[in-house]
Every structure is written in structure tokens, then in C-alpha cells.
Design a protein around this ligand. Sequence first.
Ligand SMILES: N[C@@H](CCC(=O)N[C@@H](CS)C(=O)NCC(=O)O)C(=O)O
Length: 211
Amino acid sequence: MLHTLYYAPGSASMVVHWLLLELDAPHQLRLVDTSAGEQKRPEYLALNPNGVVPTLLVDGEPAFEAAALLMDLADRHPGAGFAPAHGTRERRQLYQWMFNLANMVQPLFRQWWYPAEPAGADRADDVRKHVQVRIEAQWDRIEAHLAARGPYLLGASTTVADFYLTMLMRWSRNMPRPATQWPHLAALAQRMKARPAFATLYEREGLTEWA
Ligand SMILES: N[C@@H](CCC(=O)N[C@@H](CS)C(=O)NCC(=O)O)C(=O)O
């Protein structure tokens, strides 16, 4: 299958790009200049009406939502072992963590990066103050889980949830308390960043921070 990833460096598309590299899945990249608002133009909205990255064309058909794209890619490459078999206890845990990260953690980063969205530009500073506390509470919660059941979210094996969590941790790198101040989170990030595909991803997206 041919994949075309619409991406912006370091954004929510980066974890999809990372997985395509890990899986050695044939793909091409299409840069979306989000600073120029390309994601809101009609030709892009025809692919992804949310006006955000990523969008992945799978054999020409557009699909969106980073977490969903990760699960689908992992399912279509079972040999890599990034998603446990359907109907198993481990699969249930994977669903739990993917939805948990997508519902409880990623939306807080949306508020952190776009603090004017919830209540207007005048309230942006207040929004950030509240969101910071809430993101830190999420790290507390995940840290406790990893301390009890780690080193990965599902225990011994690496799954798409760990790639996803690593991207979310990266987004906290310039916050007052980055995720890597939590020791088990830092250890997970270290293991994930040591994967060769992470260096390839950085090179291809031109990323330098949090290498
Ligand atoms: N739930 C979406 C969120 C995507 C998202 O918010 N992407 C951001 C970059 S991290 C974006 O495209 N921002 C540009 C904009 O909102 O105009 C996903 O996970 O795919």
C-alpha cells in the first residue's frame, strides 16, 4: 500500500511519520505550511475537514486522527508487534491507553499551544496556567502506572501507545516542568529516542530540539 503523509515538522503528524519509518512502509511526504495556513485551504480541507495535520492517504483515500492512523498502521503490519492481537487482554489495554492519551492528554496540549481557543486571547495566560497544572497531573498519573507496571505502557513490550506518549512528552520540552522530570517517563523517552528510526525522523523533519 502506498501512503502519502501530509505533515508539519514536530506536529501531531510526527508520530505517524515515525511509525511509517519503523514499519518500513512505502510512503511519500507532503509538507503542509501551517504557518501560512495551508491546512485551512479548500484543497486540504477536502482531504481533512478538520483543517489540521496529519492526514494520511492510504492508496489515495484520506484518513485523519493521529491515534487512529497509528492503530491502523500497526494492525496492517502485525509482524512488527506494535499492537497486540484483537480480543486479547493486551489489546484491551492498548485501546485504553490510546484513547486515554488521545482524550485526556493530547487535548491539553492543544490548549497549551493554542491558549486563545478556549476563552479568547485575553484569557490566554490564565488558560496556560490551568493547563500546565493539568498536564503535570497527567504525568503524575502515567508515572505511577509506569512505576508499577512499566517500563512501557503495556509492560514489557513496545506498542504504538509508547510512540504516541513519546511525542506528547516531547511537546512538553519547553514547559516549566517537562515530562522528563518524571523518572519513569524519562526512562521510557530515553528508550524510545534510542530507536534508529527516531534519528531518521529528526533528519527528515529537520528537527533538533529534544534529540
Ligand atoms: N486530534 C488531531 C489533532 C491534530 C492537531 O491539532 N494538529 C495541529 C498540529 S499538532 C494542527 O494541525 N494545527 C494547525 C491548526 O490547528 O490550524 C490528531 O491527533 O490528528
